[in-house]
Design a protein around this ligand. Structure first.
Ligand SMILES: Nc1ncnc2c1ncn2[C@@H]1O[C@H](COP(=O)(O)OP(=O)(O)OP(=O)(O)O)[C@@H](O)[C@H]1O
Ligand SMILES: [Mg+2]
Length: 398
């Protein structure tokens, strides 16, 4: 389970250290930084898939994702005695992302190339000149044991192209020419002697994100699909019928039945397999003479079924992230959705970003719910009520 998430210099997040529990609820007004925090978590996940550099490019490049405010907002600036202004930077400009659980922590720092524009490529022992001067470079990565970084607890450390692992009291150099676009996790093959890298990579790869399922008429979830056993719903919901059938066969069938009738009293669900192996959802509603297929369901009903399939997964991930799951659901459905989310949080760590007051109120009924309210203060995302003392311990390696 993640205990701490730390983000620095990413969009509206100048510096943020968040304590996490089993069920985490992120709320706050428009523009407070909820989506930015969600995106930061996604970027961390991309690191373990080998895609952090491309993910940053698709967001408009590293430079545009840097916090656009001053490095420090001084007391005099915050009291309005002087204008908000930037001075000369005290530290190098880095986007930093990190997390820690009880056993291990990980952090990554990304920056722009130095002014020479040279770039380290695999197979080259010296940097080569490059025109890709906007490519983010991974400057530093560390894996440490325990919840907080300390130089003495570092297990694997990457500085620029050099990766080292601690061997007792010595450091062993594992790689000297790591490409500045590759993370530690891309090097697992070369880092056999460091099981922590593999362990953390598998942990991060297990994170599951669900963000705005499509429900338009062409949405993947509306089309029948070839049915293969599906313990994990695809993030676009294309295998909805197979995922629901998998829950019926090997998951909690009773919970599935209950959650459907909790949300739509008098309704039930069946999956039919047509010749050719295609699976389709059949939804039986009170008052209708025949069932409705996924193509005929309302947006809200379909989205609810997608959330049900995601949350009742027979193979819970280490972390499940739901971004604004309330979209297009009627407020009356939200208490049922909250019960489903609370139930899932008993199987895996859950992170929910939400605006919907009924969902928020219903989730907060759970005493385990860690409600984090964001606000923007001088353009910076902050946690409402978090004083210096409430902030979990966190140190960046740099
Ligand atoms: N590079 C940047 N530096 C500073 N602030 C930024 C940067 N990029 C975006 N922002 C700010 O981040 C805010 C957007 O945050 P975000 O999209 O996370 O809001 P949100 O809480 O998800 O809001 P909503 O409820 O409307 O979805 C905007 O106010 C925008 O001004
Ligand atoms: Mg948002």
């Amino acid at each position: 389970m993640l205990k701490t998430l730390a983000v620095a210099n990413y969009r509206s997040i100048n510096k943020l250290v968040i304590p996490l529990q089993r069920l985490n609820l992120i709320t706050g007004p428009n523009g407070s930084g909820k989506s930015n925090l969600y995106k930061a978590l996604r970027l961390l996940a991309e690191t373990a898939q080998g895609g952090v550099v491309n993910a940053l490019a698709s967001e408009g490049g590293l430079e545009s994702t840097f916090w656009a405010g001053p490095e420090q907002i001084s007391r005099r600036m915050s009291r309005g005695e002087v204008a908000i202004q930037g001075g000369p930077r005290k530290t190098a400009k880095r986007l930093q992302l990190g997390f820690a659980g009880e056993d291990f922590g990980y952090s990554i720092g990304l920056g722009l190339p130095d002014s020479s524009g040279h770039f380290m490529l695999p197979g080259h022992s010296t940097p080569i000149p490059s025109r890709f001067t906007l490519d983010p470079r991974i400057k530093r990565e560390s894996i440490w044991s325990g919840p907080v970084y300390r130089p003495a607890s570092v297990l694997v450390d990457r500085q620029g192209p050099m990766v080292r692992a601690r061997e007792g009291r010595q450091w062993e150099v594992l790689a000297q020419h790591t490409s500045s676009g590759d993370s530690l996790f891309d090097q697992v093959g070369n880092l056999r002697s460091s099981p922590e890298v593999l362990h953390l990579r598998e942990q991060i790869r297990g994170w599951r994100f669900y963000d705005h399922f499509r429900t338009d008429s062409q949405a993947p979830a509306r089309r029948p699909q070839l049915g293969t056993r599906t313990p994990v719903l695809h993030h676009d919901g294309r295998d909805l019928a197979a995922a629901l059938q998998t829950i019926i066969e090997v998951g909690d069938q009773q919970a599935l039945r209950e959650t459907i009738s909790d949300a739509f009293p008098g309704s039930r669900l069946e999956i039919d397999a047509v010749p050719g192996g295609l699976f389709g959802v059949q939804f039986y509603q009170d008052g209708l003479l025949r069932s409705l297929s996924a193509a005929e369901l309302s947006d809200g009903t379909l989205r609810y079924l997608l959330l049900v399939a995601a949350l009742l997964t027979p193979r819970p991930p280490t972390l499940m992230v739901l971004n604004e799951p309330e979209t297009s659901l009627h407020p009356d459905l939200l208490p049922a959705l909250a019960r489903l989310i609370i139930r899932a949080s008993q199987q895996c760590q859950v992170w929910v970003v939400s605006h919907a007051s009924r969902l928020i109120a219903a989730l907060q009924q759970d005493p385990q719910c860690n409600a984090i309210v964001l606000e923007k203060n001088f353009g910076q995302t902050e946690i409402v009520g978090q004083g210096m003392l409430d902030e979990p311990a966190w140190h960046w390696p740099d």
